[in-house]
Unconditional design. Structure first.
Length: 563
């Protein structure tokens, strides 16, 4: 249930519905309060809502639950930055980089905060000046009874407009008591100017200074109207986006397109409207239009220096559209480009899936049973002439053309045997058996390798497996193979092996993991000891089929000799 709420939260977050995302992430946390990822996701949603105190609380909880997770420190750095604690933000980003020095998100966050600190160092007024560029500065001036009258003074409005454009010029206006009064309002303190001090003390300064010259009211500057209009457009655009999101969820795609286009008309600076529009076209299967909208979002995003994550999202969506069109190579290039903007795990997954799909398509396009047969015939000719390297070359090409033909692996296994490449010969024989377990020749190839490697007991097992599975229990080649192996295994008992040959055989057997396991078994060690010291007890042991089977393996391997 927690995963379901998390999925809903992720979907709402991706759609820009951050309040809804917070609700779902909170529900998920109530179900799974120890899941650090949920706090991280809710921190991101709070940060998108500019609720940095809540974002800070969740990010701190994330790092508390999972101190070695770099993303938790990234969330904490972003929240502290939003709160204005730049030094704390730097510390958080550095803590994350200590865990993952190559993390691009942490590097970018740290770089952004350090750039702000550098600007503040160059400007002695620091953050105070930046407060004048805040979008709610006019609302605060209007709400304060001491600063509200200043709005009727054109020169004050002109200065404020200039400060909003370039807050670093605050020092040039510090001599104006009105600006000082506004600064006090923005800082939340009461800055006493001569006039305000007199009013607070109930003094009458009328006799000490002349009444100010009455000014004719002038119309408010056009820029302020434009700002108000721009704010209204942004608000209306958000409403259109929300209507578009609701229509998209209902799969009312034409309606969603209408609302997203209206949002774009109202506010062209938010490329999320364009990416949402592209998502509709993707869902409708209009991949060309989706690609077109993604390219527009990328172009507009570059112009306004949009967040690299949003641009990466647009690039990834373009890659998805290309993939659905069937242009896999172009999709791979596009996903790779997106990852250079932001290394998102979903994009990385899409890239790997595309690369695997391209590889599979390439291999399938190469298949041709007819050409495989031609290569097989060429390989046979070279084999007959004793040119085994060229025979391997043509059998290999035949396998690429038709990898399900078991006989090709059998033929190549025979070539490898001639070239004394036992490991390759055995691997091909096993592949042959895996494709067709009833093909007797596959077992003779594998057992032949084991025979030449003097693993006679294993060769017998392979021959016997062939007799059991090939459908011909009287297969002469397999039966003769068993007889040859049995004869070679008894060579030691017949005294036909020199001491050096017997020693070499035993050393080779001791490298076999199965033999090592038998000899390390405490029960078998007791059995072997009884065979030397207590023959009666040994006879009792040999009545056990499992013990007898292991004794036979030791005899077959040359470890034991029975005379």
């Amino acid at each position: 249930m927690a995963d379901a709420e998390k999925a809903k939260g992720n979907a709402a977050f991706s759609a820009g519905n951050f309040d809804e995302a917070v609700e779902h992430f909170s529900a998920a946390i109530a179900l799974d309060p120890s899941n650090h990822v949920l706090y991280s996701n809710r921190s991101a949603a709070y940060a998108s809502l500019k609720k940095f105190d809540e974002a800070h609380t969740d990010a701190s909880k994330t790092t508390e639950l999972k101190p070695d997770w770099p993303k938790g420190h990234s969330r904490l750095g972003a929240a502290l930055y939003g709160q204005g604690d730049l030094e704390g933000s730097v510390e958080a980003y550095n803590a994350g980089l200590a865990i993952d020095p190559a993390n691009e998100t942490l590097k970018a966050g740290l770089e952004e905060v350090e750039a702000v600190l550098a600007r503040q160092s160059a400007n002695p007024l620091g953050g105070m000046a930046n407060m004048f560029s805040s979008p709610d500065v006019w609302a605060k001036i209007t709400a304060n009874p001491q600063t509200r009258p200043f709005l009727q003074q054109p020169d004050f409005v002109e200065k404020m407009n200039a400060l909003q454009k370039n807050p670093n010029n605050l020092g040039a206006h510090m001599s104006d008591p009105r600006i000082m009064q506004v600064l006090g309002v923005l800082l939340g303190v009461n800055v006493q100017t001569p006039d305000s001090f007199a009013e607070s003390e109930g003094l009458d300064l009328g006799a000490k200074k002349a009444a100010p010259k009455r000014r004719e009211p002038e119309p408010e500057p056009m820029q302020t109207d434009e700002e108000k209009s721009a704010k209204k457009c942004k608000e209306d655009a958000i409403k259109e986006k929300e209507l578009g999101n609701a229509a998209y969820k209902k799969k009312s795609f034409e309606e969603a397109i209408k609302h997203y286009k209206a949002a774009i008309e109202l506010d062209a600076t938010d490329i999320s409207f364009i990416t949402n529009l592209s998502a509709v076209y993707l869902e409708m299967g209009d991949f060309d239009e989706c690609i077109k909208q993604c390219e527009t979002a990328i172009e507009e995003g570059r112009k306004i220096r949009a967040d690299y994550k949003i641009i990466a999202k647009a690039i990834t969506r373009k890659g998805t559209a290309l993939e659905k069109k069937g242009d896999i190579e172009a999709a791979i290039q596009t996903y790779t480009k997106s990852l250079t903007e932001h290394r998102h795990p979903d994009t990385l997954k899409k890239l790997k899936e595309c690369e695997a799909r391209l590889k599979k398509n390439t291999e399938e396009a190469y298949l041709s049973p007819e050409l495989a047969e031609e290569e097989k015939t060429k390989g046979n000719e070279f084999f007959k002439n004793g040119d085994f390297p060229n025979a391997v070359k043509h059998y290999t090409e035949a396998i690429k053309r038709n990898p399900t033909d078991h006989k090709l692996y059998s033929n190549r296994s025979a070539c490898y045997m001639k070239l004394v490449a036992f490991n390759e010969a055995k691997a091909d024989a096993e592949k042959c058996i895996a494709i067709d377990p009833t093909f007797a020749k596959g077992y003779t190839r594998k057992a032949g390798v084991q025979y030449f490697m003097k693993e006679y007991n294993k060769a017998i097992e392979t021959y016997q497996e062939g007799l059991d599975k090939c459908g011909d229990p009287n297969n002469e080649e397999l039966k003769k193979g068993i007889q040859s192996c049995a004869y070679m295994m008894n060579a030691g008992n017949r005294g036909e092996l020199t001491p050096e040959e017997q020693k070499e055989r035993q050393e080779r057997a001791m490298q076999d993991p199965e033999i090592q396991q038998i000899l390390s078994d405490p029960v078998m060690r007791q059995v072997l000891n009884d065979m030397q010291e207590d023959p009666k007890a040994a006879q009792d042991h040999l009545k056990n089929p499992m013990v007898m089977g292991k004794i036979q393996k030791l005899v077959s391997a040359g470890i034991l000799q029975i005379r």
